[in-house]
Design a binder for this molecule. Structure first.
Ligand code: G6P
Length: 612
């Protein structure tokens, strides 16, 4: 969702800004724009569509020289997808300040601010909340951009990460944040500001994150950070742990495919140093201080959105089976608004790849304010959710660029299983039991490697059904969230309509949809509910549906019941989602490629959804 890049230094800003925007493309966007201060004058270009459209426009308008600039990819919230709604936005031209701003987030009180400014004579040219903020900064500007930004932000409610420049101050870049992510890369005589580190690491590995309500004034060789009330605050410059190769495509055609193939290595990283086979222990440094409190908790609620929500569902099963603590899952967006009951001993676990999902963050804050212990299962180190939690466990699966989440999902499930073992060992599980489970966990990466060998087979099978517009995904128990995840993957990147549900639920309505040739994907591994799933398969077959099954290696029975079978290695029931999801990821990938869709940047979707 909206990407921000800004530069102040001694090099030409435009190539750095455009390259940064390309790095952030994966976040999802619908338009892009740049403003550069060239010889004391603002030069601006904005275009709907891809960053390459913006590049072409800049070439047409003549070079954008200058070493101070801001750039943005927009994901529309207020106002349609048009050039005039794309960022940057300027303050009122009548004032002659020449202020330009880019913004990620939502200004919630923009309507009242707009009325106030209109009464003062301001005229607006876009439908955005961001333009209102630009005008507000212009209204309070008295020759000091930093002060004007502080003053304007004191009037604002909502979420923002902003970068602001002003024609009258060609050596100053002001940035600020509340709620939306923002990071400042510190180079030699230059600063590169961005929504995330992927747009920074090519220039410097030294960076600091702005805390909420903090403003940074950057000149070419110094910076100052303060609160919106102008109280100085310290910014800690830290080394970014980031390998540029992790965000390069390498030999893969798409990031999604690369990330599907990275899963075994990613999970080895998740496990590394956390498994004590001999002692029958899981070592989770991030939560060790809270171990006792966690083991004596009364209820655990997993919250998340999208793919992370599916990991939450699996986490619930794992925690009840292994930790023996009553557990539940909830869409974060629903949890926060339903007046949730948080009693003593309630733990809320926020699951999120980005650590920035607005609903998940808000659910966590709500739970905390009601006295819950807040844990995080997060991938992005230092993200908003990771900072808001009392403690947590990082996924360590590396940056995920493809909008459709894959390796983060298996990472989340792996961490949920580790967390459940961590709790279980402190309650009822013997060291022997844990050791056996750990041995099984340790074999998961290799099992995924085997599942990946199915790719060509899956591609051929998918081709048979590629014209079908409606698919069903069914499973029972732990295979149900996997079915949901399979359906989500297919719909988000290939735009095929797909529904996932518990296999038993099919009879209560969806069975009416099944007609001749409808693809129905069953996650039908050998587990405690296998026989029941076979009955559901028969029900589909007798209505003419085409059955595609994900099954356990060696299961010959299922062959006669399904048109296509994708065999995955046999692993303990509780760990099956880590393996059964792989064929479904590959199926969605191949379907999207066959349909000619933009796999890594599906329409209307954002990688990190920072608005509610
Ligand atoms: C968006 C992404 C999904 C992701 C969800 C939650 O919808 O497109 O892939 O699962 O947000 O994101 P999070 O970063 O919290 O895991």
């Amino acid at each position: 969702m909206c990407g921000i890049v800004a530069y102040i230094g001694r090099r030409p800003a435009t190539p750095i800004l455009l390259e940064g925007l390309k790095r952030l493309e994966y976040r999802g966007y619908d338009s892009a724009g740049v403003a550069v201060l060239e010889g004391g004058k603002l030069k601006m270009a904005r275009a709907v569509g891809r960053v390459r459209n913006l590049e072409e426009l800049i070439e047409k308008q003549g070079k954008f020289e200058g070493s101070l600039g801001i750039a943005h990819t927009r994901w529309a919230t207020h106002g349609g997808v048009t050039d005039k709604n794309a960022h940057p936005h300027c303050d009122d031209s009548k004032l002659g300040h020449g202020i330009a701003i880019i913004h990620n987030g939502i200004i919630e009180n923009y309507a009242s601010l707009k009325t106030y400014l209109t009464e003062k004579g301001h005229t607006f040219v876009s439908d955005t909340d961001t333009e209102v903020l630009a005008h507000l900064i212009g209204e309070v500007y008295k020759g000091d951009l930093e002060k004007a930004v502080q003053a304007a932000l004191r009037e604002v409610t909502g979420a923002y990460a902003i970068a602001v420049v002003c024609q009258k101050e060609p050596d100053v870049l002001v940035v600020a944040r509340k709620g939306s992510p923002l990071m400042v890369g510190v180079g030699k005589d230059e600063y590169v500001v961005a929504s995330d580190s992927s747009a920074i690491v090519a220039h410097t590995t030294q960076a600091f994150t702005l805390a909420d309500y903090t403003v940074a004034k950057l000149t070419r060789d110094s910076f100052r950070t303060s609160t919106v009330d102008d109280v100085p605050v310290n910014a800690q410059v830290k080394e970014l742990e980031f390998d540029l190769a992790e965000i390069e495509l390498g030999n893969f055609e798409h990031y999604m495919l690369k990330e599907i193939y990275e899963q075994p290595r990613a999970l080895r990283m998740t496990l590394q140093g956390r498994v004590d086979m001999r002692g029958g222990q899981i070592v989770l440094g991030g939560i060790s201080q809270l171990a006792r409190q966690l083991a004596t908790s009364r209820r655990i609620v997993f919250v998340g959105q999208g793919t992370a929500l599916h990991a939450c569902m699996i986490g619930t099963y794992l925690m009840e089976e292994l930790g023996k603590i009553p557990s539940d899952w909830s869409y974060a967006s629903e949890f926060r608004y339903r007046n949730p009951i948080v009693e003593e001993g309630t733990v809320v676990v926020a699951v999120s790849q980005s650590g920035e999902t607005a609903d998940t963050l808000a659910a966590l804050q709500e739970a905390k304010s009601r006295g819950a212990m807040a844990l995080g299962i997060v991938n992005v180190v230092g993200s908003s959710i990771s900072r808001e939690t009392d403690a947590g466990v990082y996924l360590r699966v590396g940056p995920e660029i493809g909008v459709a989440s894959t390796k983060a999902f298996v990472g989340q499930v792996m961490v949920a299983s580790m967390l459940s073992l961590f709790v279980g060992r402190r309650r009822y599980l013997s060291a022997d039991h844990v050791t056996k489970f750990l041995q099984a966990l340790d074999r998961i990466p290799a099992a995924i490697e085997r599942a990946l060998l199915l790719s060509d087979h899956i591609k051929k099978a998918t081709e048979k059904y590629i014209e079908r517009e409606n698919w069903l995904f069914l499973g029972r128990g732990l295979n149900w969230p996997v079915a949901l995840e399979g359906a989500l993957k297919l719909k988000e990147i290939s735009y095929i309509h797909a529904e996932g549900m518990p296999a038993a639920e099919m009879k209560h309505g969806p069975i009416a949809l099944i007609d001749k040739g409808m693809p129905v994907v069953f996650v039908a591994t050998r587990n405690s509910q296998y026989e029941k799933v076979l009955s559901n398969i028969q029900e589909v077959r007798s209505r003419g549906g085409h059955v595609i099954a994900v099954a356990t290696e060696g299961d010959e029975d299922i062959k006669s019941m399904a048109e296509d079978v994708f065999y995955v290695p046999d692993v303990p029931e509780l760990l099956q989602p880590l393996v059964t999801v792989v064929p479904l990821q590959l199926m969605a990938y191949h379907a999207a490629v066959m349909r000619g869709k933009d796999v890594d940047k599906p329409r209307n979707l954002a990688k990190s959804v920072t608005v509610e």
